[in-house]
Design a protein around this ligand. Structure first.
Ligand code: NCD
Ligand code: ZN
Length: 442
């Protein structure tokens, strides 16, 4: 196969893993980065992408995505979910196992990996179930699942409720050097709850989820991680109390990492009054105090990374009474704009730290050799227009689902080109891609 050479010219390259921030060129040969240098002759390339005045970063990585395939393809499928990822600037995602059937056997992981090769537009790394059927009773075949391609384990959507099962799972995951991503929610406290506990829940007459439903599971898992040496990754952390525990555990050298979603960094339960079921997810939106603690922890590096928890649902599953509506919101196509506008824009994070939280940091949690721009690495690259103003329009999503609380938000900063393994999988009209060697590029 002929290898196409692509030049990304004159972009502001920011690569936090390598402390790089300068205007330079990147030459890609086939699917890898061949050269990064301020002077590269465009004649060396077959295709030239003009990235002048644009930001060029390692392809974004989201380690918490629900692709819904197999079995729930009315919400999303492998093709639409990964196009939504590309449209949002993501070149790699980890997909959660709460599909139908559940991703809980090596055979199912193998089948998924085979299908991804044909159907996915970005890199997808499967997360396999911790327990059979997500039922919390029998730990799955971790060795076989890893051999088939799983990069982590999670019962996400559900919780590993029993300490004995989590203990066993952490021991077995530790032996394989893989993390367990926990959806921290104690069912005995959260059962029957709809949104966060507090005034809004009272006003709406629904049962509220107390913040301790999250922190008691985080606390327990930290104890188990300390005992086993296993790596607990706290999915979508949402509370100040949870953050305090993670901070302490890290100080003690316990192997714990955490992710936070853009919505938990930006919204409180007040927003449920405005957006209704589109502001309903688990864990629920909390209080301003929690938001402040999450922002601070992310800035301090106590929370390692940003993940979307992209959770598509069909209109008929959302446009019902709040109490009956499905939990979760889509996130892939709004995450970067929200982070740039509200976290970088409001100086919660530097640009470098924001990109780090969406590139090499999630990669390192999953042990992926990705998330940085260096010679010899996969050419997974995102080009961003930091000045582009746009309005969130769910009708323009590539996702099959439209369940977002951010409809109508005006944002500044948007991906304009997404390259996966040297191939442009999505770009918008504002970016000029010139084919200079038409013999080689068909
Ligand atoms: C997720 C889903 O819809 O699969 N929903 C959600 O509210 N976050 C499950 C999950 O991430 O817990
Ligand atoms: Zn979850």
């Amino acid at each position: 196969m002929v290898k196409i050479k692509t030049l990304i010219k004159d972009g502001m390259v920011v690569d936090p893993a390598n402390n790089l921030r300068k205007t330079t060129n990147i030459l890609i040969n086939g699917n890898t980065v061949e050269k990064i240098h301020p002077k590269i002759n465009p004649r060396e390339a077959d295709v030239v992408i003009n990235a002048e005045d644009k930001l060029v970063v390692p392809g974004l990585i989201d380690l918490h995505v629900h692709l819904r395939d197999p079995g729930q393809t009315h919400k999303e499928d492998l093709a639409t979910g990964t196009m939504a990822a590309a449209h949002g600037g993501f070149t790699s995602v980890a997909c959660m196992p709460n599909t139908t059937p559940v991703l809980d056997t090596p055979e199912r992981v193998k089948t998924l990996v085979q299908r991804l090769k044909k159907e996915a537009h970005v890199n997808v790394f499967p997360v396999a179930a911790v327990t059979k059927g997500l039922e919390g009773e029998v730990v799955t075949d971790f060795e076989g699942l890893k051999a088939a391609g799983a990069v982590a384990f999670s019962d996400d959507g559900k919780v590993v409720q029993r300490a004995s099962i989590m203990h066993e799972a952490l021991k077995r995951a530790e032996a394989l050097s893989l993390p367990i991503c926990q959806h921290a929610e104690d069912a005995s406290l959260s059962c029957g709850t709809v949104i966060n506990e507090g005034e809004v829940a009272e006003k709406l007459g629904v049962k509220g989820d107390p913040d301790i439903s999250e922190s008691v599971i985080i606390a327990r898992d930290i104890v188990l991680a300390a005992r086993t040496g296993g790596h607990v990754h706290v999915g979508h952390i949402s509370t100040e109390r949870g953050v305090t525990l993670v901070r302490r555990a890290k100080q003690m050298g316990i192997k714990v990492t955490a992710e936070v979603t853009p919505h938990h960094l930006l919204l409180t339960d007040e927003y449920v009054l405005k957006a209704g079921p589109n502001a309903k997810m688990r864990p629920p939106l909390r209080t301003q105090r929690d938001v402040e603690a999450l922002r601070q922890a992310l800035a301090d590096g106590i929370i390692d990374c940003i993940a979307t928890d992209h959770a598509p649902h069909a209109a008929e599953e959302k446009n019902v009474d709040l109490a009956d509506a499905a939990n979760g919101i889509v996130g892939l196509e709004t995450a970067l704009g929200l982070v740039l506008t509200h976290l970088v824009g409001e100086k919660v994070l530097s640009l470098e730290d924001a990109i780090a939280a969406m590139t090499y940091k999630p990669a390192s949690i999953l042990g992926l050799d990705k998330g940085m721009l260096a010679v010899g690495k996969d050419a997974d690259i995102t080009v961003i227009d930091l000045n582009k103003k746009w309005t969130v329009d769910p009708e323009a999503f590539f996702s099959k689902s439209r369940n977002t609380p951010f409809s109508g938000w005006q944002l500044t900063g948007k991906p304009v080109l997404t390259m996966v393994g040297g191939k442009v999988v999505w770009s918008d009209e504002s970016i000029n891609i010139e084919v200079v060697n038409s013999d080689k590029v068909s």
